[in-house]
Design a binder for this molecule. Structure first.
Ligand code: ADP
Ligand code: MG
Length: 361
């Protein structure tokens, strides 16, 4: 196991990149703590696989260095990095049995046959393939083959890190949950450094201690699920995470007051003057409906009952926003304004969160 350091790392697939837009991975400095479980989350095309392949050595970065426990491995081949990587689609040896597929990485290292037999049985149980160990991989479903790929990724106990690149894409939905649980269990048991790539926020938030959110080739925030919820560092994190995502209101900010479509709002904290586009971000969980004449004028358009709570869709000055109300809440027909819970307010300038100057008295 190892700490992984990315130092000034960036990558362009073009031979002569001339601007930031030419980089699939924009400059990045980050330490991946030894033994931590990370999710790498972002929409398709944002650079997740590029980053993962640079860490594993399948790709050489056009700029910067990668260190494993302070040893420079930037130019080391994949085999030397001692990493297990599982891809989106199965990589198995069709002519080999399930057992031989799982044993392959261990035999390759000349491990003791007794240990191999025991370890293969253990992994087979984790992926639910104990009864098919003697079957050839050829003829198995894509789902079963992907479980073998996962098993092969997990079989070695001595790897520096385990990298998973959207490994559950071809797995049947009910099995997804079970395999994710197994990966978590594996992490608890062996404490590997794990990086799990996904575009699915639920998967990311349930799997990881820390979530690394990428947007357009850039890491925009690294944080616990709670930090991503409460203090999104970038508007993308606000609306990508959460269901529905964070509401954003164009605003002018003056000290601890914001003006949103003509209404003055108390921000609960002071801000220095900002240039560029300023917005107030409030998650639906922190928006309350009001009938007493205070708050921002709003018109209810639709109420969705989603079981645990209600999602109230409102029109605010021509913009659609969402509020969350309790399951049993009575939503007054004369609701005509919304108010913000100050602890759920974040201020953004050109999409980046602005740190408040001081908490209001
Ligand atoms: P993700 O895994 O988040 O979906 P990728 O890392 O695969 O994203 O891709 C990031 C960007 O780099 C995309 O714009 C993609 O089109 C581009 N890209 C990926 N692989 C290559 C390649 N081999 N050659 C050129 N461009 C690539
Ligand atoms: Mg990818």
């Amino acid at each position: 196991m190892a700490k992984i350091t990315l130092d000034n790392l960036a990558h362009s697939y073009l031979p002569n990149p001339s601007s930031e837009n030419d980089f699939a991975l924009k400059e990045l400095n980050h330490d991946w703590t030894d033994g931590e479980a990370y999710a790498l989350l972002g929409s398709s095309g944002c650079g997740k696989s590029t980053l993962l392949n640079i860490i594993s050595g399948l790709l050489h970065p056009s700029q910067g260095r990668i260190l494993f426990d302070d040893k420079d491995v930037t130019h080391a081949p994949t085999a030397e990095r001692n990493i297990a990587q599982v891809f989106q689609f199965p990589v198995v040896y069709d002519t080999m049995t399930v057992r031989d597929n799982l044993a392959f990485p261990l035999r390759n290292r000349g491990d003791d046959p007794k240990y191999i037999a025991q370890r293969v049985n253990q992994i087979a149980a984790m992926i639910g393939m104990e009864d098919r160990l003697n079957q050839k991989a050829r003829g198995l479903t894509a789902d079963a083959k992907q479980k073998i790929s996962l098993g092969r990724g997990m079989v070695r106990e001595d790897v520096n890190a385990l990298l998973f690149d959207e490994p559950l894409t071809v797995i049947d939905p009910h099995m997804k949950w079970e395999l994710r649980t197994q990966l978590k269990a594996l992490h608890h048991e062996f404490g590997h450094t794990m990086i799990y790539v996904t575009h699915d926020q639920t998967e990311a938030l349930t799997f990881a201690d820390k979530v690394v959110v990428m947007y357009d080739g850039r890491v925009v925030q690294i944080g616990t699920p709670q930090e991503l919820f409460e203090r999104p560092a970038h508007t993308f994190v606000g609306y990508f995470i959460g269901s529905p995502g964070m509401n954003l209101f164009d605003a002018t900010i003056d000290g601890s007051t914001a003006s949103i479509s003509g209404t003055q709002i108390d921000l609960g904290a002071g801000y220095t003057p900002q240039t560029g586009r300023t917005q107030v971000g409030v998650r639906p969980e922190f928006i309350k409906l009001s009938t007493d004449g205070t708050g921002i004028p709003a018109r209810i358009q639709r109420i969705e009952d989603v079981g645990r709570h209600k999602i109230v869709r409102l029109d605010v000055n021509g913009q659609q926003i969402a509020a969350i109300a309790d399951e049993g809440a009575n939503i007054a027909a004369d609701t005509n304004r919304i108010v913000f819970d100050p602890k759920g307010i974040n201020v953004y300038a050109d999409d980046w969160r602005v740190q408040p100057q001081q908490e209001a008295a």
